[in-house]
Write a new protein. Structure first.
Length: 95
């Protein structure tokens, strides 16, 4: 499963926690109760250690091409960040 597939709707994306349950409790991104994910949490959920760094770099490069120099987690947790913006970057990064 890719990150784009995992975060297929806005209801499956979260901020300020790597993952959450449906009732908004923060949990680890590998928890069986996790149903909502931030970008980095989704990265961990979808890709094992051998692919994680490559996929992380793809997202970073996409942000840099857009003139965004902050860390992925900082960028995605900004209060003004929208699900549409997040998905646009993830799709462009092909993750």
């Amino acid at each position: 499963m890719t990150i784009v597939e995992l975060l297929c709707t806005a209801e499956k994306w979260t901020q300020h926690a790597s993952a959450r349950t449906w009732d908004e409790h923060a949990v680890g991104c590998l928890s069986p109760d996790a149903v909502k994910f931030c970008v980095v949490g989704a990265l961990h959920r979808c890709y094992g250690p051998s692919q994680w760094a490559v996929m992380h770099k793809r997202i970073e490069r996409c942000l840099w091409r857009r003139g965004i120099e902050s860390e992925i987690v900082v960028w995605q947790n900004k209060p003004e960040r929208t699900f549409k913006e997040v998905m646009s970057v993830l799709k462009e990064a092909n993750v």
